[in-house]
Design a protein around this ligand. Structure first.
Ligand code: SAM
Length: 222
């Protein structure tokens, strides 16, 4: 598994959170199957992402970042000829079933401009606490992708975000309003086209379909 983790992009601490065999095992074997709520969340997220991929694809080349242990690998494989799976944590990649895997950090991707036709970024942005980091990662996706970006972020207008704020127990996660997310995305070259909620008003987890702004070509169908 090649590695091109250049580091130095301010994202190393987050990577170390996932760089453990026990964490990777949990993520691969239990995280999405252990409880009824986890299974329902996974089903809904696969549903939104699948519907968007169906509408806009099929694609030639997809980037799955962070790929984790491959939760979206089967779905992406149905909609793209080639899927490149990238994650910062070697431990997570070891549990990933794909053939095309690479260890790299979201802020410094080892790919040329417009190398991909679609990017999936599931459950990374809410880990990035500073707006500059989130915008830098979104801008890196804009650089390497000529088609749509499917991403998730935490919505601050939810019961879970309110509860986390009151209890001050979740300082390692960041929730923002849709307007703040849209402003950061626009600064990085993305316009929001659609938005879906795992459980609107309750769950923090929110999904967005973004399209490139400006010169870049939309589409990327195979
Ligand atoms: C919550 S998991 C999500 C995994 C997968 N996208 C999913 O939805 O199942 C977060 C992932 O982000 C990865 N990660 C953390 N920092 C990263 C970085 N700087 N660049 C790329 N991936 C990173 C972790 O290793 C972990 O696999």
């Amino acid at each position: 598994m090649p590695s091109s983790d250049r580091g130095g992009d301010g994202l190393r601490a987050l990577r170390s959170e996932y760089e453990s065999a026990a964490r990777a095992r949990h993520y691969a074997e239990e995280r999405w199957t252990r409880t009824r709520r986890a299974r329902r969340t996974d089903r809904r997220e696969q549903g939104f992402v699948g519907a968007w991929l169906e509408e806009l694809g099929p694609f030639r080349r997809a980037l799955d970042l962070p790929c984790g242990t491959g939760r979206f690998a089967p779905l992406l494989a149905r909609h793209a000829h080639e899927v490149v799976a990238v994650d910062a944590a070697h431990a997570m990649l070891l549990r990933h079933p794909g053939r095309s895997r690479l260890q790299a950090s979201a802020g410094a991707l080892p790919f040329a401009e417009a190398s991909f036709d679609v990017v999936l970024c599931s459950r990374l942005l809410h880990h990035l606490l500073e707006p500059e980091l989130r915008t830098a990662v979104l801008a890196e996706f804009a650089r390497v992708c000529r088609g749509p970006l499917i991403a998730s972020h935490f919505d601050s207008r939810s019961y879970q975000a309110w509860r986390a704020g009151i209890r001050r127990r979740d300082r390692a996660r960041f929730a923002q309003t849709p307007a703040s997310f849209r402003a950061e995305a626009l600064a990085a070259g993305w316009r929001e086209r659609d938005r879906r909620y795992v459980a609107r008003g309750w769950s923090q987890q929110t999904w967005v379909l973004l399209e490139p702004v400006g010169e870049r070509r939309t589409g990327g169908r195979a």
